[in-house]
Design a protein around this ligand. Structure first.
Ligand code: PGA
Length: 247
């Protein structure tokens, strides 16, 4: 049986004091047994929040890292820098990184390699835009993202991957994929992974992302191939995020 993962993606939100307030509030939340909570916070706060969360079950994630080990990449952060401050996870391939920062599947494959090399676990995002969904091309679209971004990994490396399926039309829009749409795609993803890696597909966590909120989390989490969520907007409010964790 796979445990559940509830990951927050704060994106570029929260000023320092607010970040600490939110983490302090979440530290007091009761977390159901078998649920891993992860907070994807702005890189600037990782060090401080890592100290704050020392010994706590809540884990931290970066929202990005660079593919190079080090060098002349002004403004960037390497995977080794994250590992050195005990950050265990990094989110890669979020649709906002793909759209606004031109990260394509080849760059993402290199980022995945850099992250795993540094000992991080990767939450790898995939998901189709609305026009692809409307043309019924969503399964093929996601398959290409996984083949080009992840499927170069060997089975041992792949064990450090969590996949987040985030249909772009559901991100930040208030429109959530129906539980049937989420389950359909999660099952398709698990089949793709089974075809490539065999039994590793059974332990793979596949998170759903896109307008997850307290009112819809329960029914989405009840789907057999949905192993939790990557939550944007609703992870910024302690009450909402706590309710999602408890769902
Ligand atoms: P949302 O964002 O929950 O605000 O739709 C999800 C995400 O972008 O990870």
């Amino acid at each position: 049986m796979r445990n559940k993962i509830v990951a927050g993606n704060w994106k570029m939100n929260k000023i320092r004091g607010e970040a600490n307030d939110l983490v302090n509030a979440l530290k007091t939340a009761s977390i159901p047994a078998g649920t891993q909570v992860i907070l994807g916070v702005p890189s600037l706060y990782l060090s401080e929040l890592s100290s704050n969360l020392q010994g706590h079950a809540i884990k931290l994630s970066a929202q990005n890292c660079h593919q190079a080990v080090s060098g002349a990449y002004t403004g960037e952060i390497s995977a080794a820098m994250l590992a050195a401050i005990d950050v265990p996870y990094v989110i890669l391939g979020h649709s906002e990184r793909r759209a606004y920062f031109h990260e394509d599947n080849a760059i993402l494959a290199a980022k995945v390699d850099a992250a795993l090399e540094a000992g991080l676990k990767v939450i790898f995002c995939c998901g189709e835009p609305l026009e692809v969904r409307e043309a019924n091309g969503h399964v093929a679209f996601v398959q290409k993202q996984l083949e080009e971004g992840l499927f170069h990994l060997d089975e041992t490396a792949f064990a450090n991957i969590t996949i987040a399926y985030e249909p772009i039309w559901a991100i930040g829009t208030g429109v959530t994929a129906s539980k049937e749409q989420a389950q359909e795609m999660h099952l398709e993803i698990r089949k793709m992974v089974a075809a490539k890696y065999g039994d590793a597909s059974k332990s793979l966590h596949i998170l759903y992302g896109g307008s997850v909120k307290p009112s819809n989390a329960g029914e989405i989490f009840a789907q057999p191939d949905v192993d939790g969520a990557l939550v944007g907007g609703a992870s910024l409010k302690a009450d909402d995020f706590t309710q999602i964790i408890q769902a």
